[in-house]
Design a protein around this ligand. Structure first.
Ligand code: LIP
Length: 280
């Protein structure tokens, strides 16, 4: 049996999906009900405009507390805390608020993202087993289990198959550092004339789920952290999207590209020609 098949067969992926959903919904209720009228920045990370709020930390603390009880032998990789080693071979990948800038400003596109993976906690080497993305403001909840399909609030999901790149609506996002943003703007100048339009919604997790349900045709972004893409990437894959990077690589911080073949391949070639994974 292939290693990925064995890893999937070794685990109750539907039970893991249910747990991911339950955790994301509980943390989402905390984020929703506890949002103050004016959110303050508690700290910054990669740049002065890469914020952390008290609620990012509170949401992740809740998720970690629940997992310590329910899955004590699993590892944890979270955006806001130290990595927790495990002995089970599984790692929970947590984004307590994906779309923190939107949360800070009160723009209604931010989510709690909870995924569990087998193998190394590296998007290019892990096997995603189950995940949930819960949109905090409107309650939309997307889940996926490896081999079990993707759904939103019980409805099965299938990606769009756009007729061409020129007819495609793309989701994307930009980094927090000025030099990276300048490079991403140069790439966007090559991409924008070749597609229907782009949407920059501010949460990779939600972007990938919108791709899964056909509200975006394609998605690409450079600089995603593992927790940004872990659950949304599985939702998109289980809905029929190809998920990967450029030049034969898997999805990673270097580049994440997703969508239905063959049009996603045309996007990947366009991004390669634009050196979207370089530092130019
Ligand atoms: C965000 C991503 C988004 C990206 C933002 C940011 P965060 O994650 O979901 O796609 O464009 O720059 O990285 O920081 O809100 O968890």
């Amino acid at each position: 049996m292939h290693d990925i098949e064995r890893q999937t067969a070794d685990h109750d992926v539907e039970g893991l999906r249910d747990l991911a959903r339950r955790l994301a919904l509980e943390a989402g209720a905390l984020v929703r009900d506890g949002r103050p009228d004016r959110v303050e920045v508690a700290a910054t990370k990669s740049s002065a405009v890469d914020p952390v709020t008290d609620m990012d930390r509170a949401s992740e603390a809740l998720l970690r507390e629940r997992l310590a009880t329910e899955r004590p032998h699993d590892a944890i990789l979270g955006e806001e805390g130290d990595d927790v080693p495990g002995t089970s071979g599984l790692t929970w990948v947590l984004d307590p608020i994906d779309g923190t800038v939107n949360y800070l400003y009160g723009v209604a596109s931010y989510a709690v993202s909870v995924a569990v993976v087998a193998g190394p906690p590296d998007p290019e080497r892990w096997t995603a087993l189950a995940g949930c993305v819960h949109s905090v403001v409107d309650g939309r909840t997307w889940t996926a289990a490896r081999g079990g399909g993707a759904e939103r609030d019980g409805l099965p999901l299938q990606v769009n198959r756009p007729a061409s790149l020129a007819a495609s609506l793309l989701g994307t996002g930009f980094g927090y550092e000025a030099a990276r943003r300048a490079q991403q703007a140069r790439v966007l100048a090559d991409v924008l004339p070749r597609v229907r339009d782009i949407r920059r919604l501010g949460s990779a997790a939600i972007d990938l789920c919108l791709l899964a349900e056909g509200r975006l045709d394609l998605y690409y972004e450079r600089g995603l952290n593992p927790w940004d893409m872990a659950a949304g990437g599985l939702v998109a894959s289980e809905a029929g999207a190809w998920l990967g990077g450029l030049r034969g690589r898997g999805a990673s911080r270097v580049m994440t590209v997703a969508g239905a073949r063959p049009v996603v391949d045309e996007l990947a070639r366009l991004l390669e020609d634009a050196d979207a994974d370089g530092d130019a």
